[in-house]
Design a binder for this molecule. Structure first.
Ligand code: 13P
Length: 228
């Protein structure tokens, strides 16, 4: 098994990309090729507009892929125009990405809002994946899964070193408990993924740009899946 008895997560963050047709084409290509293993947790996080169709295609194909969202509302159901509540999303998703640096930069998301969203996710049985940029970003209580995503590495082709990422994971586990699972994100691709998943304290990767291409993402999953 890859990395002892721990889970390895491969989370695809499509960001604001793909029409429904493009999303379904991706699922049709990637789905049948994902290695099946209890410890391998492959998640795809499409846009809200594609969530329902993506979920349906994965269910019909019986593919070993979980569906996640890239955000959710800090409120419940009610008069919150434009928001997607955890209560409504829970029939579609298993996981939600919270506190991504792009949301912090462009949408004024802060630690307090992330904490409220996390609470809503947990109340609805959705697993929150909180993005932290360094050890300075607080991990809210009730969070069991984080992604270390340094801003300099996002979309730049300039990933942090696997050793640095592992050190960060070690520090985060030291601060918040050994049970905290820590992923790395930032310019991960099929050429470097192995260097991250072999690290002692890391439990997988969060993949942006390289997840958009079906063949490249499949390659990433196969490389990780072969580490049995
Ligand atoms: P890239 O893989 O494109 O660097 O994006 C990383 C990221 O932000 C994933 O959430």
């Amino acid at each position: 098994m890859a990395g002892g008895d721990k889970n390895i997560w491969i989370v695809a963050n499509w960001k604001s990309n793909k029409t429904i047709a493009e999303a379904l084409e991706w699922i049709g290509q990637v789905g049948p090729q994902i290695p099946k293993a209890e410890w391998l947790k492959v998640v795809v996080c499409p846009t809200f507009s594609a969530l329902s169709e993506v979920k349906k295609a994965i269910t019909v194909g019986n593919f070993p892929i979980l569906v996640g969202s890239q955000d959710l509302s800090p409120f419940g159901n009610g008069a919150y125009t434009g928001e997607e509540s955890a209560q409504n999303l829970k029939e579609l998703i298993s996981l939600t990405i919270l506190g991504h640096s792009e949301r912090r930069q462009n949408f004024a998301e802060n630690d307090e809002i992330v904490g409220r969203k996390l609470q809503k996710a947990n109340e609805s049985g959705i697993l929150p994946l909180v993005c932290v940029q360094s050890t300075q970003t607080p991990v809210p209580s009730g969070c069991g899964l984080v992604a270390y995503e340094p801003s300099f590495a996002i979309g730049t082709g300039n990933p942090d070193t696997p050793e640095n990422a592992d050190e960060l994971a070690k520090l985060l586990k030291g601060s918040y408990g050994e049970g905290l699972e820590v992923l790395y994100g930032g310019s991960v691709n099929s050429g470097n993924v192995n260097n991250f998943i072999i690290q002692e304290y890391l439990s997988g990767v969060l993949v942006g740009g390289a997840s958009l291409d079906a063949a490249e993402f499949t390659k990433i999953c196969k490389i990780v899946g072969e580490r049995v």
